[in-house]
Design a protein around this ligand. Structure first.
Ligand code: GAR
Length: 205
């Protein structure tokens, strides 16, 4: 059986990309066939290059608008014949055209238990709200901000008075486990969106 092909989009240092490369890439089931970024200096590009994966940069300034940029990103993803687009700290909103083009084929990881704390600085939001538990969510991407159907969630306790860096490290450690697990389930064909209720994701054993 040929490998399940994924493209990873990332804006930052790319520790989630690294977990995917370490846990999944080149072991038969999953192949990372591209790493794309909006930021030429993103550490993720370096990590992709080091793993021998094709990389591409799509800086906002090179395109007339978001739709034009996303069309170029989408053309590149299709040229890589990707089965799935994996957002790993990609800090750009995707245009509705991109979401429609790759409907149910784009996943994101968010550092909170959605629907709590969507958007920017989810970890800071959790600290400010003084919750006892936060976590990590992997979800399909729809037109909203962190609103798509949930594939997997895992809790992270928030000890009273915890330092931000400590909570960040705990959240990232869970992300690095959960994202490869969720992508593996998708690659195995075990993750289904219920056609009669597109908000609901079913996971087969
Ligand atoms: C991760 O914590 C991810 O959950 C977050 O960006 C970080 C990227 O880290 N994404 C979002 O907040 C998206 N709303 P990384 O570059 O080390 O993988």
């Amino acid at each position: 059986m040929s490998a399940f092909r994924i493209v990873v989009l990332a804006s930052g240092s790319g520790t989630n990309l690294q977990a995917i490369l370490d846990e999944l890439h080149g072991r038969g089931l999953v192949e990372v066939v591209g790493v794309g970024s909006d930021k030429p200096a993103a550490g993720a590009l370096e990590r992709g290059g080091r793993a021998g994966v094709e990389t591409a940069v799509f800086p906002a300034g090179d395109y007339a608008d978001r739709a034009a940029r996303d069309e170029a990103v989408g053309d590149w993803i299709e040229s890589r014949q990707a089965d799935l687009v994996v957002l790993a700290g990609y800090m750009q909103l995707l245009s509705p055209g991109f979401v429609a083009r790759f409907r149910n084929r784009v996943v994101n990881i968010h550092p909170a238990l959605l629907p709590s704390f969507p958007g920017l600085d989810a970890i800071g939001q959790a600290i400010a709200a003084e919750v006892e538990t936060t976590g990590v969510t992997v979800h399909f991407v729809d037109e909203g901000i962190d609103t798509g159907p949930v594939i997997a969630r895992r809790e992270v306790p928030v000890p009273a008075g915890v330092a931000r860096e400590e909570l960040e490290a705990a959240v990232h450690a869970v992300e690095h486990e959960l994202y490869p697990e969720a992508i593996r389930m998708i690659a195995e064909g075990r993750v289904r969106i219920d056609p009669s209720d597109p908000r609901t994701v079913a996971i087969d054993d």
